[in-house]
Design a protein around this ligand. Structure first.
Ligand code: C2E
Ligand code: MG
Ligand code: MG
Length: 662
């Protein structure tokens, strides 16, 4: 069912009404009327023969002496012509021969009746009765719809037969003249009317043909427009509207006849950078190649594809098994990678265009709305991107990261601030040399409406995905300023700031507003930023960091060593402090781990940053840090995260005097 390139993209010029030659038109006219004429001839002859036989009654009344002969002649000729026409009809004889049979029936019917009738002794009566011969003439010209030439020849013969009979039968010149005039005018008029009728019928046919051609044009044009309105003009694939319709169809079939399918979202990795660097024309070309590779990959599958958004495609595929869809996704991923379209600007070690793919399946509890499957595919796609891109993720409701719980969490996050579900705890950070509590780290806590607490490792990524982190992050900064800094519980608070916040427009301005509202000076705040794969390539993040620096805010690097881009981050941004991830300290209990830990410290130190070690839990660890000359420490040994009220309020003077840990 791969219709990707079968749909036409351009509005086809509608085939003009083909001019036909008069001969062709005539042939078409005959062909179109053929079956009607055959039936007309056959039925007409049956009616004509019936009427012809009925006239046996008038024979008996007007010429009773020869009536047995005329009636016998009537039956004989009637039976004969009906037998012939039925045979012709059955063996599919050409229509013209059916016409000839009708014409012969009229001529012979007249002749065969006239011969015995003329022998009657009722001469006077017969002289009137002869007028009825004109009915045969009318029959040929007007009753039957015969070929014009055939009807004119038939009525001409009837005229001739009549004239012979007339001159043989009567010597009365006045009678002869009257009858000749009557018969000749009858012949002329009926032939003329026949001609006109034939022309009229032909004109009606031409008009109908014209109307039909116009209607066909309109239909073709309508279809071409419909095709265009459902096609993506760039790639030739279905557009969003059309693929949405297909999704509805797949969904309906699944609901009605349990035909499972998968919805697969495909996103071109780092497409914006491709577009910015190579230009829009190249960008368009890239999408066309990707579209072609994807739809070729669908060959052999019962699937359809459409362009879902800018650089996003949606594939709907009938799924017999999860494995089959996983294979399809992998085939598509490889097909794009194998194109080898150069992408020099992505800085993640891959130099070609690739795609991230997220798929979801129909399953019993998936809900009643078809958007649900797209939502799940979208979540899988999100994880594929978070996993380093150029990979496939399939939605699995049993995975924690996909769990139904995260749906609930996403909903709670939206209500977290007004419903007091969110709160802050603060964990001390000490200067190792002096033992002084230098700062506290604000850590967010979320509780479910039933009071149970949810780990930040679970809810922070969800808040980042839904965008709720922007509002929550703002709330964290404001609350930390009010609870800790305005109250002078501590000199400095560090706040975790997600890359999503740094990218959100107006973030620095909202921080400035909080500072001015609370009267807290910017240098009492530090923002902890976790290195991310993408951040280096996003100029807006760099700009935001400079704006924050201009407000006096300190910028710290969190969880150093866990991400991808550590070193380039150190080079690009002048961090005040670098927090080395706690996993390195924990590994330092082993000789190899310790060497690694020391290397890491020298590296950061050589860049001139102050160093904070997270996750200090034991005295041995603290002794090691002292030995290595580390500046700051944080961890359960120093203090667990606790609410603001656990820190006494003081004047700043008090604070600097007495904030030494026991
Ligand atoms: P993080 O910024 O690295 O925070 C330190 C985490 O280590 C905290 O976990 C803290 O409770 C834990 N921790 C501190 N000392 C020790 C120790 O000695 N041993 C061990 N095993 N763990 C220790 P928490 O509070 O669960 O936070 C986890 C992560 O969630 C944070 O890592 C941070 O990345 C994120 N997060 C927390 N609050 C926020 C927030 O307000 N905004 C943002 N964007 N992220 C936040
Ligand atoms: Mg932190
Ligand atoms: Mg950390």
């Amino acid at each position: 069912m791969n219709q990707a390139f079968s749909d036409q993209t351009e509005l086809d010029p509608v085939e003009p009404h083909i001019e036909r030659s008069p001969e062709e038109l005539r042939a078409l006219y005959r062909a179109r009327n053929d079956s009607a004429r055959r039936m007309g001839a056959r039925h007409g002859l049956w009616i004509a023969v019936s009427v012809y036989l009925l006239f046996a009654i008038s024979d008996m009344m007007l010429i009773p002496d020869v009536a047995p002969y005329t009636i016998a002649a009537r039956f004989l000729i009637g039976a004969l012509v009906l037998t012939v026409i039925e045979l012709q009809y059955r063996v599919r004889e050409e229509t013209i021969w059916l016409d000839v049979t009708c014409a012969l029936a009229l001529v012979s019917g007249y002749l065969v009746w006239l011969l015995p009738a003329a022998e009657t002794t009722y001469v006077h009566t017969f002289s009137y009765y002869m007028i009825f011969g004109s009915i045969f003439m009318m029959g040929a010209n007007l009753f039957f719809n015969l070929e014009f030439s055939v009807s004119v020849i038939a009525s001409g013969f009837i005229l001739l037969i009549f004239l012979f009979a007339l001159f043989d039968f009567s010597d009365d010149w006045a009678y002869r003249l009257t009858m000749v005039i009557f018969y000749v005018s009858c012949f002329t008029f009926t032939s003329y009317v026949n001609l006109k009728l034939n022309r009229e019928r032909y004109n009606v046919f031409l008009k109908a043909l014209e109307a039909e051609a116009r209607q066909n044009e309109a239909i073709e044009r309508g279809q071409a427009l419909l095709r265009l309105s459902r096609t993506d003009s760039l790639t030739g694939l279905k557009n969003r509207r059309a693929i949405d319709e297909s999704l509805r169809d797949f969904w309906r079939e699944w609901k009605q006849s349990n035909r499972n399918f998968a919805a697969i979202l495909i996103d071109v990795d780092h497409f914006k950078k491709f577009n910015d660097y190579y230009g829009h024309q190249e960008g368009d070309g890239c999408l066309v190649f990707v579209a072609e590779a994807l739809s070729n990959a669908l060959n052999g599958y019962e699937a359809t594809i459409g362009r879902y958004g800018g650089e996003e495609f949606l594939v709907l595929a009938r799924a017999r098994s999860r494995k089959q869809i996983a294979d399809l996704c992998e085939t598509m991923r490889r097909a794009v990678e194998d194109l080898g379209l150069v992408h020099e600007k992505r800085h993640d070690g891959v130099a070609v265009v690739t795609v991230s793919i997220g798929g979801a399946f129909t399953r019993k509890q998936i809900g009643t709305k078809f958007e649900k499957i797209i939502h799940e595919a979208d979540r899988a796609l999100y994880l594929a991107k978070a996993n380093g891109r150029n990979c496939v993720r399939l939605f699995n409701p049993n995975d924690l990261e996909f769990g139904e719980e995260s749906e609930d969490i996403a909903a709670w996050l939206n209500l977290a601030i007004p419903q007091d579900l969110v709160s802050l705890v603060y964990q001390p950070i000490v200067d190792i040399r002096t033992g002084r509590m230098e700062a506290v780290e604000a850590l967010m806590r979320l509780k479910a409406p039933d009071g149970s607490s949810i780990s930040p490792n679970l809810f922070v990524p969800i808040a980042e995905r839904t965008g709720a982190i922007v509002e929550l992050g703002r709330w964290v900064i404001e609350t930390a300023c009010r609870d800790m800094l305005m109250e002078n519980r501590i000199e400095m608070v560090t706040v975790n700031v997600s890359p999503i916040q740094l990218r959100a427009t107006g973030f620095a301005a909202s921080v400035a507003a909080i500072l001015s509202e609370t009267g807290v000076s910017g240098d009492r705040l530090a923002f902890e930023i976790t290195e991310g794969l993408d951040m280096e390539q996003q100029p807006e993040i760099g700009e935001c960091i400079s704006d924050l620096r201009a407000l006096g805010i300190n910028i710290w690097l969190d969880d150093f060593g866990t991400g991808f881009a550590s070193l380039s981050w150190l080079r690009l941004i002048d961090f005040d402090t670098v927090k080395i991830d706690r996993s390195f300290l924990h590994d330092a209990s082993m000789p190899r781990g310790r060497a690694m830990f020391q290397d890491m410290i020298s590296l950061v130190r050589n860049h001139g940053h102050r160093i904070l070690i997270e996750g200090v839990e034991t005295e041995e660890q603290m002794a090691l840090l002292r030995k290595l000359g580390i500046d700051k420490a944080q961890g359960f040994l120093v203090g667990r995260p606790v609410p603001a009220k656990s820190y006494p309020t003081r004047t700043l003077a008090d604070a600097s005097e007495s904030r030494k840990l026991a």
